[in-house]
Every structure is written in C-alpha cells, then in structure tokens.
Design a protein around this ligand. Structure first.
Ligand code: MN
Ligand code: MN
Length: 327
C-alpha cells in the first residue's frame, strides 16, 4: 500500500531531528475538527493530566517530554522491521484540553475527546498523564461492550478509596473500570506487581473477580515471552485495551516517575512485553506516569516514547484485520 504523503512523518534525512515543531514521532498534527481527522486510523494523543496523583506529581508534563523524545524515532522498527507509517494512517491528535482545577470535569473532558476519536474509527495511543487517564479512555473505547485489559504496572491500581473520600485517583482506575463494566475481569491480566503494599484488599478484589495477577517474581522466573503467551490467551480474540505504566520498568531505566518500585524489568524486557502484544485486537493503548520533573537525564521519556513506538507497530500490524475502518 502506497501511503498518503500527508501521513508520513518528517524524515531525519529531510530535516534534522532536533529541528521543527515536535509532534509525536514527527507526524502531522490533526486535531478533532481538522479536515483530515476522519482519515486517521491510529491517533497519538497527549493527556496532560496528573490531578489523580496521590504522591509525587509531574506527569502532566509527560506528553510534551514524550513528544520531544519521540522525534528521535525513525520510520522502521529495527528489531521487527515493521514500518508502521506505511501500514496505517497515523497522526498526532494533540492534547486533551483538561481542566487542572477540576478532577470530575477533566474526566468528562477526556471521555468526550475520546468519544470523538472512537466515533471517527480512530484507535488511540495515548501518552499520559497519570494512570487515572485510563478510566475516561476506557469509558469511550468500551462504551458499547466490555474489553479485555493487559496492564503493565508495579501497582494493581485496584484500590477502592483513598483519604476517606477519593474514589477517582491513579490508584483506583481499574477498580472503577471493572465496577462500571468497562473491563471483563476474566479477560484482564496485570503484570509486574511488586513493592510494599497497603494491604491485600486490592488482591482480594482481583481474586474475587477472576483477574489474573502475574507478580514480579513470577515474571522474572518465566521471562517476557512466556508471560506474554499467557497474557494473549487471557485477553483472547475480542477487543482489548493495553495500559502501560512506566513504573512497570525498573527505576534504574525509568527513574522519572512518581511511584517507582525497585526490582523490575530492564528496558529490554520492557520492549519485549510490548512486542508480545502481536495478534491481539487492540482498540487502544496508553503509556502513562512519565514525570519529567523526576526525569533528570530524560531517559524515562525516551524509554516511554520507544514503548509507544513498539505499541504503535503492533497496532499498525493489526490494522488490516480491523472491521469497518479505513479502506
Ligand atoms: Mn504504577
Ligand atoms: Mn499505574
């Protein structure tokens, strides 16, 4: 398929990578309302929201740092030889216009934005933002039926209430998503859990609902390929959402995040689990919790952008199998 020039990123052969306005992966900026919005198949979105953060903030600055780092991405995946921009029409849809002073309003604004994305037949790949962003995205992509979920994270994010009244924060999004019927808990797998815990209540919720948790000791013992084989079986043939918290990765490789936990996968294993998503019907994906104020070297944003590229390659490879979208 000869790709429309409009959707081809600016090449580093034509303009140096440090030059130009940094959209995600140097793609065209095609926000909702743009004349060519309806032609986009995979939309990269910034969700500059960290009002759900319970500890160290800063993920609101994630999209800008991820965009800047992503200008170093070239057109072809050197490990898998996938050329995503030849396989699907990709664009940067811009940032969601959240309201930093109002959490509930922001959740509504995010859901409304993703409603437009889904209505246009676009599969969103989001750069966060804190992990609460996944809830309004799921409300949009799972509006018509529950989806499976593959979550990479060192935390379950299945807690119920913080500080007595806080039901919507980055430690609760998937508890709410299961309660709201957005995620089928039997098609939900959580990979990489570790660190100290508040208690076992979130694990009890997972067990009671049939959610599969693969804790970090099991991940290290089995390796990325074997774990992802099981993850694909659990997610099955139906629509699935992928949520990737950068704190899944060891803080040696991803220090720039609000809630790091030691003993995690290295950057190679982090890439391998993303490559292990091949063959799934992914209706959307995110990479969240990059916090630039804690990312002194920029390594976390670079890893985050690289993980977004791996997920983009998987999405683009699956594009030919999508129902009712594109040509
Ligand atoms: Mn986490
Ligand atoms: Mn998380």
């Amino acid at each position: 398929m000869a790709q429309d020039e409009f959707f081809i990123p600016v090449s580093g052969f034509d303009l140096p990578r440090f030059a130009g306005i940094p959209t995600f992966m140097r793609l065209p900026h095609v926000p909702p309302g743009h004349a060519r919005f309806g032609e986009v198949e995979i939309g990269l979105v910034g969700a500059p929201w960290d009002g759900g953060t319970t500890n160290r903030p800063g993920a609101r600055h994630g999209p800008r740092a991820l965009r800047d780092a992503s200008t170093m991405i070239r057109a072809m995946n050197g490990a898998t030889w996938v050329a995503p921009f030849e396989l699907a029409r990709c664009a940067d849809l811009g940032d969601v216009a959240i309201n930093p002073g109002d959490l509930m309003d922001s959740l509504g604004r995010m859901e409304a934005f993703y409603d437009r994305v889904v209505a246009a037949g676009i599969r969103p790949l989001t750069g966060g933002g804190d992990h609460l962003c996944a809830l309004p995205i799921l409300r949009a992509v799972a509006k018509s039926r529950p989806v499976g979920l593959i979550q990479f994270d060192s935390h379950t994010d299945l807690n119920d209430v913080y500080f007595g009244t806080s039901r919507y924060n980055h430690g609760t999004p998937f508890r709410r998503a299961v309660e709201e019927g957005l995620v089928d808990p039997r098609r939900y797998v959580l990979i990489g859990i570790r660190g100290s815990a508040y208690g076992r209540e979130d694990w009890d919720f997972a067990a009671a609902n049939g959610i599969r948790i693969i804790p970090i000791a099991e991940f290290h013992a089995r390796g990325a390929e074997d774990v992802m084989r099981e993850a694909r079986e659990i997610a099955g043939a139906g629509p699935v959402y992928v949520s990737y918290d950068i704190d899944f990765v060891d803080p040696t490789f991803a220090p720039g995040t609000g809630t790091p936990e030691v003993g995690g996968p290295d950057s190679w294993a982090a890439l391998q689990v993303a490559r292990g998503l091949g063959g799934l019907d992914i209706v959307g994906a995110d990479l969240v919790e990059v916090s630039p104020p804690f990312d002194v070297s920029g390594a976390t944003a670079w890893l985050g952008a690289s993980l977004m590229f791996e997920m983009l390659c998987i999405l683009a490879q699956g594009r030919s199998g999508w129902q009712g979208t594109g040509s």
